[in-house]
Design a protein around this ligand. Structure first.
Ligand code: 0X9
Ligand code: CA
Ligand code: CA
Ligand code: ZN
Length: 420
């Protein structure tokens, strides 16, 4: 979708202006690629119903703060939004938004200046190897499968007697389903580091590691992550790298896949659900891994967090319906989600809500983890609370420590709750 962006950078913003104010446009442009170049819009006074409606036009809500939605849309999608009655203003070309962030080129495949503290794919793998090497009794690295382009999707297991499958509640933390949400990889690495380096000295860490089997998957979407930084400049990429347009991994999970207008069948849409449930090898690998944790008929993984950015939210299922109580969710179960979600949000200052309160989705990870396996599964939308567009996906590296340690207490709450 963004393949021709670099050429279209200056044209994108102009194209939006042309739509609204034809007389002010005096642009010498390369009109070919500008026609479908996406832009970022601000939509005030939204609620979950209108945000779902926005996503149904093919546009994508990428952040919400106090009802103000940040929306990514092509000019065509923007016209559909206007036709549906949304007042959306001019928009900022995605290329322009990225240009503001991309102040300096990095070496290809590396994070650019100001972002060096982030780990790319190779650095993440190396960090997991380092941790497993330094703490062989409590940490072990393996792979849950391969991406479209053949990269391993690494997983770190942390527990006492790590080589044995003990009868301890298991907890899953996974990150970076969406390519550009790089802060989440750092969140998973923080968890991996904290529960290993703290084991000898911190009694609370030791208790958690001894009493649980913790699985950490820092990069669910290694191809997308790598593509996003491959040129040395951020690409604003979200999906995986299947069939050039990519599939939105968080619409490709198999519980009521494509059921409810919460994903798109258009390969160019940011929430493209793929050709079938599990058509992406990355989600299929996640499914196979989680299915493999059924031992003696009982799912061993009791709780999970799928980390995303951004908006500072704690979300729980279901996403496919705005009903609290429905097939697969009793009032009692819903109340537990809300109670634990509220407690975690209290600890990190995020806003707790049902995921469909953000907007309706189908085929996301939460719905399958709970719907299929009764895993107490949450999605965290991390820092920032609002981002003014694509910037929200690219906070500089100096926020990493603060914004990942901010979730330590929430992680501890979930680990506790996995034993309840
Ligand atoms: O749309 C998503 O997949 C998640 N947000 S993001 O901005 N990181 O893309 C939210 C998924 C949670 N589910 C629902 N909101 N229903
Ligand atoms: Ca153990
Ligand atoms: Ca076990
Ligand atoms: Zn996401």
């Amino acid at each position: 979708m963004f393949s021709s962006r670099r050429k279209a950078v200056t044209v994108a913003a102009a194209a939006c202006l042309v739509l609204l104010a034809p007389f002010s446009a005096s642009v010498s442009a390369e009109p070919t690629s500008a026609a479908q170049d996406p832009a970022i819009y601000t939509v005030p006074n939204t609620d979950s119903t209108s945000r779902t409606e926005i996503n149904r036009t093919g546009a994508q809500v990428i952040g919400v703060r106090d009802g103000v939605a940040t929306v990514e849309a092509t000019p065509e999608q923007a016209q559909r939004l206007r036709a549906a009655g949304f007042v959306i203003g001019e928009g900022t070309g995605l290329g322009e938004a990225l240009q503001r962030i991309n102040r300096g080129q990095a070496a290809p495949g590396d994070f650019p200046p100001g972002y060096e503290g982030y780990h790319n794919y190779d650095e993440t793998v190396a960090e997991l190897d380092r941790i497993a090497g330094a703490h062989p009794d409590i940490a072990a690295k393996s792979s849950i499968g391969k991406s479209v382009e053949g990269r391993d999707i690494p997983v770190l297991k942390i527990s006492d007697n790590v080589g044995q499958d003990e009868d301890e509640p298991e907890v899953l933390f996974n990150c970076n389903q969406h390519a550009r949400e790089h802060l989440t990889t750092e969140m998973c690495l923080r968890i991996a580091d904290r529960f290993t380096s703290g084991y000898a000295s911190d009694p609370a860490v030791k208790e958690a590691v001894d009493g649980r089997e913790i699985w950490v998957i820092p990069i669910v979407n290694p191809d997308g992550k790598s593509y996003d930084i491959e040129s040395g400049d951020f690409q604003g990429w979200r999906k995986n790298r299947q069939d050039t347009t990519g599939t939105d991994l968080n619409r490709n999970w198999g519980y009521k896949w494509g059921c409810c207008g919460g994903s798109s069948d258009d390969p160019n849409a940011e929430d493209y659900r793929g050709t079938a449930a599990w058509s992406a090898p990355e989600t299929a690998a996640m499914r196979d891994f989680i299915d493999s944790r059924v031992v003696g008929g009982a799912q061993q993984i009791k709780a999970a967090i799928d980390f995303h950015t951004y908006s500072e939210l704690v979300l729980w299922p279901f996403g496919h319906t705005s009903d609290d109580v429905t097939e697969g969710m009793t009032q009692e179960e819903y109340d537990r989600f809300a109670r634990v979600g509220g407690e975690m949000a209290q600890s990190n200052g995020y806003t707790p809500q049902q995921s469909s309160d953000l907007y309706v989705t189908d085929g996301d990870s939460l719905d399958w983890m709970w719907g299929q396996h009764k895993i107490l599964a949450y999605t965290f939308e991390m820092y920032p609370a609002s981002g003014g567009g694509l910037d929200g996906f690219y906070p500089p590296a100096d926020v990493i420590e603060k914004e990942t340690t901010r979730n330590d207490a929430a992680v501890d709450i979930l680990l506790r709750e996995a034993g309840a």
